[in-house]
Design a protein around this ligand. Sequence first.
Ligand SMILES: Cc1ncc(C[n+]2csc(CCOP(=O)(O)OP(=O)(O)O)c2C)c(N)n1
Length: 512
Amino acid sequence: MNGAESLVHTLLKSGVDTCFSNPGTSEMHFVAALDRVPGMHCVLGLFEGVVTGAADGYARAAGKPAATLLHCGPGLGNGLANLHNARRASTPIVNIVGDQATYHRPFDPPLTADTEGWARGVSGWVRTASDVASVGADAAAAVQAAQIAPGQVATLILPSDTSWNHGGVVAEPLPRVPTPLAAPNQIDEAAAILRRGGEGVVLLIGHAGLTQEGQALAHRIAAATGCRVMADAGGTVPRGQGRLMMDRVPYVVDVAVAAMAGTKHLILCAAKKPVTFFAYPGKPQTSIPESAQVHVLARREQDPIEALTRLAETLHAPPAAAVDNGPKSEVGRGPVTPESFGMTVGALIPEGAIVVDESITYGRSLGAFTKAAAPHDWMNVLGGAIGGGMPMATGAAVGAPGRRVINLQADGSAMYTVQSLWTQARERLDVTTVILSNRKYQILLGELANVGANPGRTAMDMLDLGNPDLDWPKIANGMGVEAASTNSTDGFADLLASSLNRKGPFLIELLI
Ligand SMILES: Cc1ncc(C[n+]2csc(CCOP(=O)(O)OP(=O)(O)O)c2C)c(N)n1
């Protein structure tokens, strides 16, 4: 058995059975091993940003990590932005990077780079395999590391001779590292604040705390104390009817400051004190009033569900009535607006769907219109690096077969990783992509004003995607995905509804 075969056997034994890949010469033995060792589902991405973003979406949908396969430092480099997004989402990924043979690297061939160094910025765990006999053990360690709470990117770099040499040894899976619990004083401090009454108290929940169980516990605590519950970043958030609608801290600084005014106590549960996306001249860096006190119920690496359970018990919070988010929205009418778009999406989301939201500016009111939709899961791109949406939708569809994925996708961000469509076509994935086609970088027009810059002709050109217009149906068709364009609310509703009833991918360009 060679090293590559021991790697594939060990990944499968450890529960990793999907590999998003874009290989090169140094990974040829891994690729060959995939034919000799059955059981690994291999998905080709035509750019490494697709591979890494798909691994993020997959793990969020499947609840377990996928492997990637990337080629040397530059292949990793192409995938870094979406690995950054995955790091921010605490998504577990077993990130495998093939590299120069150990004895060839000293000669500095062209693709030689600081692979470990590039990996370190996005990974919680990095190892370069040094010997064929330990590649299996390295793989088992990588799978274990990826799943350490709250989840992280574990990068295993494989010099090609460790793949092709004989003497590979399959390793047994390593046990899950137990998730630490919050200390008693963390629970007591939060309980003491909430016992005095919930007015001015914000319970901010993030990441693993945003599951349905976490939401139910937060609902119970809020019902008993009157505190406000809000959502920090979360990888996959259950939403829709029956699920607790949790507002997020808004993006626009002034709106965020207004939304958080009156906060006296901020209780963090797997969340961070909110910070604005950027600094703006003369504006605050956080939306939380300076006088507010911050308390930590659970740190990111501690178990937030267990902490919320203990908090609810300490407060003797009685079971709360089921969440009722009101009536489901109707399909939108009239001109295409954020409201008519939101209503249509809220009316048509099918039960069990996964919505991948990279709608940037046009989707800001989606929350209100989808809160009473059929129960579904919502995924956001969490690291602020645009180009995560389409790959994540692709990976989510691989990770949750049978569930429709709806990718609400701003056009500028779509162009970063548009090759995702080809993978969707090749794998016949049930993804509906809705391109919100405003033909500009709308958000940056607002940012120009926010930073106090004075736009001239060149600046405006840098934010304009017209001239030439992107032809979305042709782009999609060219990669094997059927598509249609519409500029009306009725047309959008018809296309969305029919796309949800078909198999395979479909793209709708909504001219907004
Ligand atoms: C990797 C990366 N490159 C560049 C940016 C800067 N950036 C932020 S938003 C944006 C444009 C977004 O435009 P679009 O996706 O069309 O959404 P819209 O603002 O029009 O709603 C850019 C270029 C970024 N956040 N991440």
